[in-house]
Every structure is written in C-alpha cells, then in structure tokens.
Design a protein around this ligand. Structure first.
Ligand SMILES: CSC[C@@H](O)[C@@H](O)C(=O)COP(=O)(O)O
Ligand SMILES: [Zn+2]
Length: 215
C-alpha cells in the first residue's frame, strides 16, 4: 500500500498535469462557470480505507492555470502535505465515491441542462433515459437499455450529502446528480471519466429537449 509520504514526485506531477489538461478541455466547453465544478484523480495504490487523490483547490477560476490549482488529500479528504490551499468544498463527496467504487478519476460540473433535468425529475429521485445510443458509453450494451441516473438533495452541509452517496450509487451508472447543482461523473481513469461525463451531458440535453417536445 502506498503511504502518502511515499508517493513519488513524478506521480504527483503526472496527476496534476492530467487534471490541468482535463480542466482546460472542460473549461473550453463552458462547464466550469463562475468558479463552479471540481475534479480529482486518484494517485498510488487503493484500499477502501487508505488512498490518496489529487483534487482542485477550492474557489479557483478553472478557466485559468496557476501553480496552486491542485493539492493531494488522503481518504479522509485531508491534505497530505503542509499547504495553505483549501481542498474543494466538495472533497467529502469525492472521497466517498472513491471509497465505494475504487474509481480512478471524478469530474463535477454545473450545467444548465443538468440543473434543469434534476429539478424536472426531483420527485422521482432519478432521471430516466430510454434506449439512447450514448448509454453504451457506460459499457451498457443492451438494446433499448433503460437507465436511471440518481438525484440527491443539495444540502448546504456537504457531509450530509456524502453520507447519502452509498445508498444512491446505481451499479453500472457512473454518476450522481445533486438537485439543481451538478453531476459527479467518474471512471477508471481520466479518459473514462471524461467519456462518461460527456455522455451524461448529452443524455441530459436529450431528456430536456424530449420533455419540451412532449409538451
Ligand atoms: C461558485 S458555485 C459552486 C460551488 O458552490 C461548488 O458547488 C463547486 O462546484 C465548486 O466548489 P469548490 O470548493 O471550488 O470545489
Ligand atoms: Zn458543485
């Protein structure tokens, strides 16, 4: 097991470089408005009770780069090195997703489409999607597959949200919506997390437009 103190400098630098690249790509899509959103990547070995991840510092403008954009935290969401940086306010949600899924990267964005559909389907507590080809991005290959993307309440108290994550995760669906807030999408690595995030956002726009057409 990799003790945080034993993480190689190259591993940390590579994680920060990957986060920086994906941050640029998502910022260029307009998916980090007004400093919203956060992103993380796991570094080193994983056990549910011991792991390390690199995460965006809180309150940063994700459309620009600075030397203080990311920091390393442990499985409790606490910095592993002495730093003046504050980890994302939503670090506890990331750490819970890592603990439960063992995934390698997590991306969180606020978009108008994800906010609207989370409100449209709030009473159902999940967003239904039927038979859309992009469901296959989640490695779900059934013809006319049906998925439900879970929605959690957007409590101001993040630990209250974090404790609901375990009961909300749907096997095979690598994402959770917070009501009128944003999506958390994850994957085995940055490539998969980005692919899954893009698929969710496509599906949210599809669902939104279909709902309008039905009216
Ligand atoms: C500025 S609105 C967005 C925040 O409240 C929060 O939801 C968010 O996604 C970013 O928080 P952060 O602490 O920068 O990671
Ligand atoms: Zn957020």
């Amino acid at each position: 097991m990799t003790n945080p103190a034993e993480l190689r400098l190259e591993d940390k630098q590579q994680a920060f470089a990957e986060l920086r690249e994906i941050k640029t790509t998502l910022a260029n899509k307009g998916w980090f408005p007004a400093t919203s959103g956060n992103l993380s990547i796991r570094v080193g070995d994983f056990a549910p009770d011991q792991f390390t991840f690199a995460i965006s510092a809180s309150g940063k403008d994700k459309s620009v780069h600075t030397p203080s954009d990311f920091l390393l935290v442990n499985e409790e969401g606490k910095p592993t090195e002495v730093t003046w940086l504050k980890p994302s306010a939503e670090t506890l949600i990331h750490k819970e997703i890592y603990r439960l899924t063992g995934c390698g990267a997590i991306l969180h964005v606020h978009t108008v489409f994800n906010n609207i559909v989370s409100e449209l389907f709030w009473e159902r507590k999940s967003i239904p999607v039927d038979g859309v080809e992009l469901i296959k991005a989640f490695n779900i290959w059934d013809e006319e597959a049906h998925i439900e993307i879970p929605i959690l309440p957007n409590y101001a108290d993040i630990p209250r949200i974090a404790e609901l994550v375990e009961g909300a995760i749907v096997p095979k669906v690598p994402g959770i919506m917070l009501r009128k807030h944003g999506i958390y999408a994850w994957g085995a690595n940055c490539f998969e997390a980005k692919r899954n995030l893009e698929a969710f956002e496509f599906l949210f726009e599809y669902v939104y437009r279909m709902e309008l057409l039905k009216k």
